[in-house]
Design a protein around this ligand. Sequence first.
Ligand code: ADP
Length: 272
Amino acid sequence: MQVASQIPGVKHVIAVSSAKGGVGKSTVAMNLAVTLSLQGLKVGLMDADVYGPSVPKMLGAQEPPVSHDGEMVEPASAHGVKAMSMGFLVDDDTPMVWRGPMVLSALKQMLFQTNWAPLDVLVLDMPPGTGDSQLSIAQQVSLAGAVVVSTPQDIALLDARKGVTMFNKVNVPIMGFVENMSHFICPHCGGESHIFDHGGARKAAEEMGVPFLTEIPLDINLRQFSDEGKPVVIHAPDSKEAEAFKVLGQKVQDFLQEQEAQNDQPIKIVIE
Ligand code: ADP
C-alpha cells in the first residue's frame, strides 16, 4: 500500500472537496485560504482541480509561477497566499485532455516540486467527485482533514455523503460540512428565499455525526467578486459571506490545533 508523504516545511494539508461541480468548492477553498492568511497563518492554495482550474482567476494572481532551475517551481502569490494551479500554465481557451496517469503526475509535481515552505496550511481545491483522482491525492499526500462543501438540497447532499464515505475509507478525518448557497437575501427587499432549500447540510452533518462548519449565503456580490479575482473576505470584510468565512477559518484552526495537541501527547508506556 502507498504511504502518503508529508511536504517538507508544510505543517498541515487540508482538502476542500465536493461531490459534484458547481457547488462553490473553489470559492470556498480560495476564501478559506485568504481568511486563514488574514488570521495570521502562512497559507498556500493548490488547485488540484486540473479539469477546471479556477484558482488563478478567483484569487486574482497576476504573476504566474516561475522556475529558476527547471526542477522546483516558485508559486504565484496574491493576498499573502502562495498559489499553484495548472491554470497558470495553460491559457483559458486551451482544452486540456488528460489521461489518468497525466493527472497524477501533474498533481504530484504541484505538490512536491513547488517551493511551498514554510507554510502552516496548504489548502487543496480538490477535483469534484469521489473517484480515482480524489483517492490518488489522498494516497499521495498526508491530509490533516477534509472540508466537504454542498448546497442544501437533498440531491446534492446524497452525493456529499459519498464524499464523507470516501474520506473515511482512506482515513482522512472530516472537518465538517459547509452549506454554500444556503439562502438568498434579496438585495431589493431584504427578503430571504431558500432557492436550494436550507439547513440540509446541517441536518446531514448531524445524521452522519460530523461537524457543521458554516453556512454561506447565495449572494451576487460573492459571484461578481470571485469572477473579478477579488476575495470577498478582503473586498467586503463586513458582509455576511465574509463573516461566514471567518467562522470557517476559526473552526479549521481549532481543528488543526487539536490535532497538533494530540500529536504532541507523550507516548504512555503501560507496564502490565
Ligand atoms: P465549484 O468549484 O464547486 O465548481 P465554483 O466555486 O467555481 O464551484 O462556483 C461556481 C460559480 O458559482 C462561480 O461563478 C462562483 O462565483 C459562484 N458562486 C459560488 N458560491 C456562491 C455564492 N455563495 N453566491 C453566489 N455565487 C456563488
